[in-house]
Write a protein that binds this ligand. Structure first.
Ligand code: FES
Length: 178
């Protein structure tokens, strides 16, 4: 973490209404989480107490106080996905990546997490990677998903699925080809 960079972010939002949230968003965008030293700098720079800054950082789910990898893999373990063998998918990711849910690989490439119901139960099990989602995932798809993530998602294999996510979302569906 570069202190000068954090300083620049703080200064860029000085005097703005709701500046703390904007500052934390910018820091998180850059580092993928909120390092403790950065929070101390934000407290100093905005004249708020560290308790207040922690309050904001822990209130909003979008913020993370733990280091996350470059790619975030979320496996749905909601009821519908659970009964369609989503625990096996978690197990396969755990084996392939060598980490348990909530952990990040040593090379900082992947963070694995589980979530409850992503709102597309009929297409479960669902896996979301960096905002792109895979439907009807099977154990044998896991390796392909990891490979695709490492290679980067091609625009032509992404299709919007507004019928699946009727609420406004940036999530895109990617097929594993089965
Ligand atoms: S339970 Fe997984 S999408 Fe609803």
């Amino acid at each position: 973490m570069k202190p000068e960079h954090i300083d620049t972010i703080i200064k860029a939002h000085q005097g703005e209404l709701g500046s703390t949230i904007s500052i934390l968003e910018d820091i998180q965008d850059h580092y993928h989480y909120l390092p403790e030293d950065a929070l101390r700098m934000v407290a100093r720079g905005t004249g708020s107490s560290l308790v207040d800054i922690y309050g904001v950082a822990t209130f909003y789910k979008a913020f993370s106080l733990k280091a996350k990898g470059k790619h975030l893999i979320s496996v749905c373990l909601g009821t519908a996905c659970h009964v369609r063998a989503a625990p096996d998918i978690v197990d396969e990711f755990t084996q392939q990546l060598g980490i348990s849910p909530g952990e990040t690989t040593e090379d900082n490439e992947f963070t694995l997490e589980t979530v409850n119901c992503l709102g597309a139960c009929a297409l479960g099990p669902i896996v979301n990677v960096d905002g792109h989602y895979f439907s009807n995932v099977t154990r044998s798809d896991v390796k392909k998903i990891i490979q695709k993530t490492r290679a980067g998602f091609e625009e032509d294999e992404i299709k919007s699925a507004p019928d699946v996510f009727p609420i406004e979302t940036n999530t895109k569906e990617i097929s594993t080809g089965h």
